[in-house]
Design a protein around this ligand. Structure first.
Ligand code: FAD
Length: 426
């Protein structure tokens, strides 16, 4: 977090702060006696962080977290579960500590948002009035986007892009596959949750096959020609995984349809028969964002970079994967950082103060084998209403690093995960 933002009138009018944010400044809710009500929808990396941070920053806020699951199951490190390197129980976190901090946790789904009366309807039939609403529902999969891939097809060809039953299903299918089998992955175009994660998954599946089913192979059909940390991944594949074939867009890799009954995936140039298929379809913001009216035609939610308030509906802030936040990647690291910025902005607005100018770092680790990790880091700041990467800041792991360096980075990745999850849920 940086120093307080001082805006001149022209900047205010130009929308450096949204109208609603600015309009609240003369009416500090905290000064009016009643506790300002902050409702947070979604208890994942973004929402759980936002709820807890807001309550900690000002215990006078009345903070409610709405999340249907009593236990959160994390996507980061779920690729390790698929590869058999980690048990899914290590991915699970409860909300008890968040509740102990004074956040009211409602174990229901939000079913509707009335932005006019400022009410959230929940699956239990309740209504939660709010002064500020934080929407952090993560993603939904677009089951209409890849012909043949619907919810029923996902039972045969799991996406495993939300961690839980789908993750276990993919793991079981890999275990059941005879040696000599072919795993086919289908990857979407950007934007989607965690851009490097499919390549980490491909690597770890290749590691599993190499160590347990050495006559098997994995083919990765991709709707893109380039991807994050590409040189590092490709170097690792060359070194470790002759059993992995990446077919980019320009080589006809773009997945065009699937046939779940026949276990085939068609691409621009060919049809691939799979023994195990992992189809990651295109995505959009979680459905409640659409219902609340904060998602635009892209399916994602445009937000103000200082407060994360929706550009479409006042008093609703959108965080995490659901938001379109310029250059900021859809990662748990960024979701957590953005949620802290948003919570601080909400507290300041409730006090009638200007939000501070934010700046934050995102570091994204990938693990390609048990002792082999690398990372990329970026620093982001708001420029003209958009999050941009600070040029010259951040960095990427060296391409020619020794094995000990890769092993250290793998340890750092686990350290990051333990730190972020204990900060949010511990
Ligand atoms: C395989 C994989 C590996 C990844 N690895 C990494 C990594 O190494 N590092 C990293 O930084 N990121 C990683 N990510 C990305 C990371 O998981 C997401 O960016 C992060 O979870 C986004 O947080 P979120 O809070 O927006 O969504 P989520 O964490 O998905 O949380 C959304 C929550 O909202 C709830 N919800 C949805 N709808 C409603 C509703 N109507 N009412 C109430 N609650 C609702 C859901 O139940 C869920 O708990 C990975 C992702 C995948 C798929």
């Amino acid at each position: 977090m940086g120093k307080p933002l001082v805006l001149n009138r022209r900047q205010l009018l130009a929308g450096a702060l949204t109208g609603a944010g600015a309009a609240l400044l003369p009416r500090p809710l905290l000064a009016q006696g009643a506790a300002p009500r902050v409702v947070v929808i979604g208890g994942g990396f973004a929402g759980a962080t936002a709820a807890r941070s807001a309550k900690r920053a000002d215990p006078r806020l009345d903070v409610t977290l709405v999340e249907p699951n009593t236990v959160f199951t994390s996507c980061p490190f779920s690729n390790e579960v698929i590869a058999g390197l980690r048990d899914i129980t290590e991915q699970r976190f409860g909300y008890e500590r968040i509740a102990a901090d004074g956040v009211k946790v409602v174990a229901e789904a939000a079913t509707a948002v009335d932005a006019t009366t400022r009410n959230v309807a929940t699956s239990g039939g309740g209504r939660l009035p709010y002064d500020r609403l934080v929407l952090a529902p993560g993603i939904d999969l677009r089951f209409d986007a890849l012909p043949g891939y619907d919810e029923a097809a996902a039972e045969r060809m799991p996406h495993a892009w939300k961690t839980g039953e789908q993750t276990i299903l993919l793991r079981r299918q890999l275990e059941a596959m005879p040696d000599g089998g072919t795993v086919v992955m289908a990857l979407p175009a950007l934007p989607y949750r965690c851009p490097p994660a499919p390549y980490e998954r491909a690597s770890l599946i290749a590691w599993y096959l190499k160590t347990k089913k050495p006559r098997s192979k994995i083919i990765v059909l991709d709707a893109k020609d380039t991807f994050s940390k590409q040189r590092l991944f490709e170097q690792a594949w060359k070194e470790l995984y002759p059993n992995l074939e990446w077919v980019p867009l320009s080589s006809g890799g773009n997945p065009t349809s699937v046939d779940a009954a026949g276990m085939t995936i068609a691409s621009d140039f060919d049809t691939y028969k799979a023994d195990v298929a992992n189809v990651i379809p295109p995505q959009k913001a979680g459905r409640i964002a659409e219902l609340a009216g904060v998602a635009d035609r892209t399916g994602w939610c445009p937000v103000d970079p200082v407060t994360f308030e929706s550009h479409l509906i006042p008093n609703i802030h959108v965080l995490g994967d659901a938001a379109i936040a310029g250059a900021v990647p859809k990662s748990a690291f960024a979701a957590n950082a953005a949620a802290k910025i948003c919570a601080a902005a909400i507290v300041r607005l409730a006090r009638g103060e200007m939000p501070a100018t934010p700046k934050f770092v995102n570091t994204c680790y990938s693990i390609v084998a048990p002792d082999y990790g690398f990372s990329i880091a970026g620093v982001y700041h708001p420029v003209n209403g958009q999050w941009l990467e600070v040029e010259g800041a951040g960095g990427i792991s060296p391409i020619d690093a020794p094995a000990s360096f890769r092993a250290d980075e793998a340890k750092l990745a686990y350290g990051w995960f333990n730190t972020i999850t204990s900060e949010i849920f511990g």
